[in-house]
Design a protein around this ligand. Structure first.
Ligand SMILES: *Cc1c(COP(=O)(O)O)cnc(C)c1O
Length: 390
């Protein structure tokens, strides 16, 4: 028998377009490739690695958790998940929390909870309405709520009863029948859709409209939540509360976890057996999330993100003026999108060569998602590279 000499990468399915580097290590807010080259990381594993790399506290939490139970299934209670649920509920509008393993799973669960709740009002209440520019995941239900034709088209038919409305209160009002609509889902800051901070007045109008029509409102804070905008939850900027909120990306320090936060009213309609998942909220991952959520709730950290975010916005606008290569700058905190001349992919590739990791959000927007522990000096170093590249 001869062993295959195929390079390992050839065995991976070709569903990702990867950058031409292999990462082997991390140090603070830097990643290091197999050739020893260092990259300042303004991607954070797509808004996941809030604490950067090699964080001492995270490492200690991982070691502690490794000494305990990894998994027991949801047939039994464990303390870490109960503690995490209590923390998230205590810090938010919510009274109950469901755990799963990814962002798309969290939104799928929220859709099921919306239908369960909706059907207690009227048997016809089932529709989910998402907004133009939305990204809610790649599974069949969430894909139907994701407004990206290239993601959707090859996989039709998508889940029925899920549609997209314009980011316009009149259009939404026309789409929202009190007899059939169960929920509206929106990202307070649309991430993949180009970093669009929704207008606070619009979000308040959506809240008023959904209340009036007896429709649940779901905030997808999978990307913008847990400190990234300078508040623990992004909705705190808008002065409105949803009926459900979904979390994932940064919640467990890079381990897979999602969560759905719900009001008492929604929770009261969910019965044993309505939903489930084998791994969700297990003791290992929940222990890590307890540590991470504790760190991300720190008011000093949040204030720093707010202040550095304001500074970052000013710097990006200055770079736009100096280079003439940026058409628009959007964002807050540590989530920014810049619309560039030419394609985002080109700028992302050039920045990578120059030692700065960025990612795109659509064809023309370069997205910046630094770890939430990035200092102003490190932000400035990244912006200098970005300006030279532009
Ligand atoms: C990443 C993301 C998702 C999907 O999360 P996965 O863990 O990739 O399934 C959903 N909504 C938003 C806003 C996201 O940024």
């Amino acid at each position: 028998m001869t062993l295959s000499t195929t390079p390992a990468a050839d065995a991976l399915l070709g569903n990702y377009k990867r950058a031409p580097i292999t990462l082997v290590d991390g140090d603070g807010v830097y990643l290091i490739d197999a050739d020893g080259k260092r990259y300042l990381d303004f991607v954070s594993g797509i808004a996941v690695n809030a604490l950067g790399y090699g964080d001492d506290g995270l490492r200690a939490a991982l070691h502690d958790a490794a000494d305990g139970l990894i998994h027991v299934s949801n047939l039994y209670a464990t303390a870490a998940g109960e503690q995490l649920a209590a923390t998230l509920a205590g810090a938010s509008f919510a009274s109950k929390v469901f755990f799963c393993n990814s962002g798309a799973e969290a939104n799928e669960a929220a859709f099921k909870f919306a239908r369960r709740w909706g059907r207690t009002r009227a048997d016809t209440k089932h529709e989910i309405i998402a907004l133009r520019g939305s990204f809610h995941g790649r599974l069949f239900g969430t894909l139907a709520a994701t407004d990206r034709p290239s993601y959707r088209m090859p996989f039709r038919p998508l889940a029925p009863g899920i549609s997209i409305a314009e980011r316009d209160i009149e259009d939404l009002a026309a789409a929202l029948s009190p007899e059939t609509a169960a929920a509206v889902i929106l990202e307070p800051v649309q991430g993949e859709g180009g970093v669009r901070v929704l207008d606070a007045g619009f979000v308040r109008e959506v809240r008023a409209l959904t209340k009036e029509r007896d429709v649940a409102l779901i905030f997808d804070e999978i990307q913008c939540g847990l400190g990234r905008t300078g508040t623990l939850f992004a909705y705190e900027h808008f002065d409105v509360e949803p009926d459900m909120l979904t979390l994932a990306k940064p919640i467990a320090g890079g381990l897979p976890m999602g969560a759905v936060l719900v009001t008492d009213e929604v929770a009261s309609t969910i019965k044993p057996g309505d939903h489930g998942t084998t791994f969700g909220g297990g003791p290992f991952v929940a222990s890590i999330a307890n540590y991470v959520v504790g760190r991300l709730s720190d008011p000093v950290l949040l204030r720093t993100i707010t202040q550095n975010g304001e500074w970052l916005g000013k710097q990006l606008n200055d770079i736009a003026h100096r280079t003439g290569r940026i058409r628009a700058v959007r964002g807050l905190g540590y989530i920014w999108g810049i619309d560039v001349m030419g394609t985002a992919a080109h700028v992302v590739a050039e920045a990578l060569s120059a030692g700065l990791l960025t990612c795109s959000a659509g064809d023309y927007t370069v997205r910046l998602l630094p770890p939430l522990v990035t200092t102003r000096e490190e932000l400035a170093a990244g912006l200098q590279i970005l300006e030279e590249v532009l």
